[in-house]
Design a protein around this ligand. Structure first.
Ligand SMILES: *[C@@H]1O[C@H](CO)[C@@H](O)[C@H](O)[C@H]1NC(C)=O
Ligand SMILES: *[C@@H]1O[C@H](CO)[C@@H](O)[C@H](O)[C@H]1NC(C)=O
Ligand SMILES: *[C@@H]1O[C@H](CO)[C@@H](O)[C@H](O)[C@H]1NC(C)=O
Length: 285
């Protein structure tokens, strides 16, 4: 009699324990929310520029980032003035952000191949130098696709971490080559004499490590932005580069890109004044 009561009680307690554990630990490999200490901050640097797709792209990326705890989003426009439609959407998405501007210097504007996104990313780096003390940062362009898993892995980067990026060049991906568990070169459809032939979406950097490299910045050199930036982090031994995404055997980021849209034609106010289209026009870039 007593034994059976004891066993029943023990069973109930054990069951409830399992239940509470299941509630605290969501499925999938995410940051443990039962951990008292919040994970180190993750700074996302997103260069952007005014174009018909801009708000749509930022919306898609923003709602991906919304799943990630302790994140700060630096959205930096290549412009002298903020696009108001973008500011409005950033507020709507509701994650902590800073909307900055950093126009491309005039001397590069007449180049045939322009160094796009460099002034923005360097502005983001300036912000990090001035305001961040720990955590990790990552350059996340607005036209990519991101599996949440990569954010949870990159935020523990000690110096520099790398992983494969899909939909890059004729090889269909760009990735570190891992042989016997070690970084042994890079696989990318265009090597171009680069020391680090990697895609912008394929690496993250520790903030303290970056702060210990006061000269680190991105060069205005189309095709060599990643390489130049990573080289500016020297000294960095290849053995110190952390290989994420299960030793670079998974694709968790893609350089998706979006179809370019024509700029919208003007609304004929003679025909449509007094309709909803007047309000909609303000949302179209
Ligand atoms: C640092 O953050 C403050 C507060 O958000 C901001 O006003 C300042 O411009 C930032 N510094 C840089 C260099 O971006
Ligand atoms: C990188 O580190 C490894 C292991 O610590 C060492 O054997 C190697 O000489 C280093 N390479 C350079 C270029 O310093
Ligand atoms: C559109 O209608 C508003 C009032 O509804 C009027 O003030 C404005 O002048 C009109 N604009 C044009 C271009 O007809």
């Amino acid at each position: 009699m007593y034994l059976s009561i004891f066993l029943t009680t023990a069973c109930i307690i054990f069951y409830q324990y399992q239940l509470s554990k299941a509630n605290l630990m969501p499925s999938g490999n995410v940051d443990h929310i039962d951990n008292e200490i919040p994970p180190p901050p993750l700074y996302i640097i997103t260069p952007t520029y005014k174009r018909p797709e801009q708000v749509a792209e930022i919306t898609r990326l923003g709602y991906t980032l919304k799943h990630i705890p302790n994140i700060f989003w630096l959205v930096i426009e290549d412009a002298t003035l903020q696009t108001p439609q973008l500011t409005r959407q950033l507020k709507r998405i509701g994650i902590p952000f800073e909307h900055l501007t950093a126009p491309m210097p005039n001397k590069f504007k007449k180049n045939k191949v322009k160094p796009r996104g460099v002034s923005n990313r360097n502005r983001g780096l300036d912000w990090i130098r001035a305001n961040a003390t720990d955590g990790v940062f990552y350059f996340a362009d607005d036209d990519n696709t991101y599996d949440l898993q990569i954010f949870h892995e990159m935020r523990y980067t000690k110096k520099v971490s790398m992983w494969p990026v899909g939909l890059v060049t004729k090889y269909g991906l760009s990735s570190p080559i891992v042989r016997k568990g070690k970084l042994d070169g890079f696989y990318d459809g265009w090597i171009g004499g680069r020391k680090y032939p990697v895609d912008m979406a394929g690496f993250a950097v520790n903030v303290q490590f970056f702060l210990s490299r006061p000269k680190a910045e991105m060069p205005y050199k189309p095709g060599y932005e990643e390489d130049g930036f990573l080289k500016s982090l020297a000294p960095l031994n290849n053995t110190e580069i952390e290989l994420l995404a299960s030793q670079c055997t998974e694709v968790l980021t893609w350089h998706t890109q979006t179809k370019k849209n024509q700029p919208a034609s003007n609304l004929d106010l003679k025909k449509y004044n007094g309709t909803n289209l007047v309000k909609l026009r303000d949302m179209i870039v």
